[in-house]
Design a protein around this ligand. Structure first.
Ligand code: ADP
Ligand code: MG
Length: 234
């Protein structure tokens, strides 16, 4: 496991300083390699930099079981080990109220990756990390039994979303993918303050390819009222 340096409020990662071929997400300036809170900037070391990678992916990271900070740090370190991929930026850590019936607060972060992998290959690498870290996958649901005559069907149980680690592809370039295994952009982005807050820290001007809205605009207009707070540095 590589040692990923820990920033002031979040986790810092070495960032490349070479210009990217794909500038669809706008120019990269002073905030590149940002550690923790906005404004904190780190310089690339330049050591062992891989060549430019054509794709840019934003990954949502969440954990609400066990040592949540350690889980997020481990996931980040494992993402830094994905072949043909590097970590460009990380947001600060945020603590968020769960949606659904989970009780524990989540720790959330967004990670920007540069990669040669396709979105589908990236998804499978992220699923491997979730598996290696011991996330238990929900079994596919059996079809509900039909309601007995005269009785109303049971309302579906609210989902307990507790998990050791959750890694979601939020955006992958400006790609729009709608398959049973992969949906990009992640369909819940506009309804999840816990995604929009860290995302707005690393990519406020990023444009949703389907709605044309920036991350800043989505954050300003989301109807999600769940509490999300910046975590203090440890
Ligand atoms: P969520 O993160 O939305 O609460 P889960 O992590 O439980 O849901 O869902 C995992 C499944 O979601 C995976 O089997 C994966 O194939 C599918 N999936 C679809 N789109 C994405 C995406 N953009 N990122 C991650 N998983 C996705
Ligand atoms: Mg997920």
């Amino acid at each position: 496991m590589p040692d990923v340096p820990v920033g002031q409020a979040g986790f810092g990662c070495r960032a490349g300083n070479a210009p990217l071929k794909d500038r669809r997400f706008g120019p990269r300036g002073a905030r590149e390699g940002h550690f923790g809170p906005p404004g904190a900037v780190s310089r690339a070391t330049g050591r062992g930099q891989p060549p430019d990678m054509p794709h840019r992916a934003f990954i949502g990271v969440g954990s609400n079981l066990g040592d949540r900070r350690a889980n997020v740090a481990e996931a980040l370190a494992r993402m830094a080990e994905i072949p043909e991929t590097r970590v460009a930026r990380t947001s600060s850590l945020y603590e968020s109220e769960p949606h659904g019936v989970a009780k524990n607060l989540f720790v959330n972060m967004v990670v920007e990756l540069e990669t040669d992998l396709s979105a589908v290959d990236m998804l499978s690498r992220l699923a491997d990390i979730e598996d290696q870290m011991g996330r238990k996958r929900a079994k596919p649901k059996a079809k509900p039994a039909p309601a007995a005559k005269g009785k109303a069907a049971k309302a579906p149980a609210k989902k307990d979303v507790s998990r050791l680690i959750d890694l979601d592809i939020l955006f992958f370039n400006t790609e729009v993918v709608n398959t049973p295994k992969l949906r990009v952009p992640h369909p819940e982005i506009p309804r999840r303050r816990f995604v929009l807050m860290p995302l707005a820290e690393v990519a406020p001007q990023l444009v949703h390819p389907e709605t044309g809205l920036t991350v800043s605009k989505m954050l300003a207009t989301t109807e999600d009222r769940k509490r999300v707070v910046l975590m203090p540095p440890r």
